[in-house]
Design a protein around this ligand. Structure first.
Ligand code: FAD
Length: 369
């Protein structure tokens, strides 16, 4: 069958593939291939949907800072309203891990120490002995992930990009400066392919004969709990143990609680490990003054990390026209605008010099592996 041709083929229509497509499609012919029935089925549709500035390493924080501006004032072509809703985030420590709050405060931005009394005023359901020390990031925000993701896909389509769902790429070959891709029913070709396959990024690289970078998908689970009686949780900030042993966030009148699990798994349609969830909810129960009596729902998703916990974005040093856009870990939504812009500028060579010389470009480069 004749191959469908594009300037750039993006493999994966999660937030990474969608963001890049939106930013590159007005200058290049783009086809996005997505294995599932609907884009966002994997990590993008399973996130906690928050932006926390004081989270991740220095590169993640720089990308988050840039992305925040975009999310607060997105371009008209995307939407006419802010994609952030102020939430706040309270980091707590028990007597055993107060040092971790001190450590976090040292290198923090927009984070203030709060007394245990102030912390209990923010979250009256916390047990006093769960709050030996605390710090508060007032500008942490909920992200409207669906509006961002769908908005980017719409932008890309308006600029001529084609999104093909139920098209799992099963074969990738490179001949005569062109990549040839096959799915079960179609063939495609392009001089440039973008690996935005999330947890499957190394699988896609291997399929293309490109050296994998060592991406490890790690499962993270979430439970939805009913609103505890005698509390109105809607205006609570997000809160969690500074050591990332659990966190909790109000979610449309209910509570989203995560055990903050990070178990390495194979790339897959992730599902909850009941024992891990139960243990995490037990840790949460020890910090709050109400019992977990019912779970209304739960899910798990994959957070995929490179060996240095920094995303990988850029052309592979060992394969012409193979572009990496993966390894966003637990920060792929809050960093997506900045990473998409950088990736788009690298792909179109429409690069402002300051971006190329930026240490961020070096930090994201696949050459480091
Ligand atoms: C529980 C949880 C909470 C999180 N909370 C936050 C948060 O609060 N804030 C934040 O910023 N981030 C958060 N994250 C991280 C964020 O969700 C991810 O970093 C981000 O969604 C990754 O996007 P992606 O597009 O790379 O991956 P995905 O959304 O997984 O997209 C990759 C796509 O590639 C497709 N694909 C794979 N192989 C092929 C193939 N061979 N052919 C065609 N298509 C293929 C897949 O079907 C998939 O749709 C969280 C993640 C989890 C799991």
């Amino acid at each position: 069958m004749p191959a469908q041709h594009a300037d750039i083929i993006i493999i994966g229509a999660g937030i990474a593939g969608a963001g890049l497509a939106a930013m590159v499609a007005d200058e290049r012919g783009v086809i996005i291939l997505e294995a599932e029935d609907h884009p966002g089925y994997h990590s993008t549709g399973r996130s906690a949907a928050v932006l926390i500035q004081n989270y991740g390493n220095a590169t993640i924080r720089a990308l988050t800072r840039i992305s925040r501006t975009y999310l607060e004032q997105p371009p008209e072509a995307l939407t006419d309203h802010s994609l952030l809703h102020r939430r706040g985030c309270l980091f707590t420590a028990t007597e055993n891990n107060g040092d971790n709050v001190r450590e976090l405060l040292k290198e923090a931005e927009g984070l203030t120490a709060v007394t245990p009394d102030e912390a209990l005023r923010l979250i009256p359901a916390l047990k006093p002995d769960a709050v030996y020390m605390a710090a508060y990031e007032a500008t942490a925000a909920d992200i409207d992930v669906a509006a961002l993701h769908q908005g980017w896909l719409r932008m890309a389509k308006r600029s001529g990009a084609q999104l093909h769902i139920r098209e799992r790429v099963t074969s990738i070959k490179h001949t005569n400066h062109l990549w040839h891709l096959e799915t079960d029913s179609n063939a495609y070709s392009a001089p440039v392919i973008v690996n935005a396959a999330g947890a499957w990024a190394d699988t896609v690289a291997c399929m293309a004969g490109v050296k994998p970078v060592g991406i490890v998908p790690k499962r993270r689970s979430i439970a939805i709990l009913p609103e505890p009686s005698s509390y109105n949780v809607s205006e609570w900030p997000m809160f969690g143990n500074v050591n990332d042993t659990w966190y909790c966030k109000p979610e449309t009148g209910r509570l989203l609680v995560s055990p903050a699990d990070e178990d390495p798994v194979e790339p897959m349609d992730a599902y909850v490990d009941d024992l891990v969830l139960a243990e995490g909810l037990h840790r949460f129960e020890q910090a709050v003054n109400f019992p977990v009596s019912r779970i209304e729902g739960s899910w798990a998703g994959l957070r995929s990390f490179t060996p240095d916990n920094t995303p990988v974005a850029g052309f592979s040093p060992d394969a012409e026209g193979f572009f990496w856009l993966a390894g966003q870990g637990g920060y792929g939504i809050q960093t997506a605008p900045a990473i998409s812009e950088l990736a788009a500028s690298m792909l179109t060579s429409n690069v402002q010099r300051h971006l190329y010389t930026s240490p961020i470009i070096t930090a994201l480069s696949p050459k480091r592996f």
